[in-house]
Design a binder for this molecule. Sequence first.
Ligand code: DX5
Ligand code: ZN
Length: 216
Amino acid sequence: MRAFVAPSILAADFNNLGKEIEMINQSEADYIHCDVMDGVFVPNISFGIPVINQVKKIAEKPLDVHLMIVDPDKFIEPFVKAGASVLTVHYEACSHLHRTVQLIKSFGAKASVCLNPHTPVAVLEDIIGDLDMVLLMSVNPGFGGQQFIENTYKKVGQLRKMIDETNANCTIEVDGGINYETGKNLLDVGANVLVAGSFVFGADNPEEIISGLKSL
Ligand code: DX5
Ligand code: ZN
């Protein structure tokens, strides 16, 4: 099994969130991907610390928290305390990315940086050695259910090369429009972690979809 799988609860049934988390617990998923949106960095508002606190109480998988918020520094500590094992900030939202990455690590979480579809991977050259993960957006962040942007394959390949050449200890996660076809192609070009929202939660049998992604 080559892939790590992170179902995104943005597409879950929030009236039954506990059951959805239990489904993920039972499944072969590796992480629970939590999308936090502030209505400023992205044109949508999702959920925040109180929801993550509740999810953490019953989650048996590590929480992979994706912050789509401006000025994330002031929220790093609360999100780690709420239960984030991996905390992702957007490159485009950080003026002092190196400081933000060290801040995440200082609270004991893994540090991850996300790039929007238009941001070249080259901007990470001088920080790649400090990162535990890079998240490449394969849609414009803000909504689930969007179409995969094909240029992402090229970016994954470039990032894989950068990581291998520098011996960085960093995984590559991709987020947006992932299904069996795009997921397989992403693994082929060097991705490690697949986020999937609507493909998992829109299915009759979400657990089966998670298994399918695991065995691509
Ligand atoms: C989009 C979020 C994604 C979203 C993916 O801004 O970051 O995690 O839930 O949803 P799908 O898999 O439906 O594209
Ligand atoms: Zn996400």
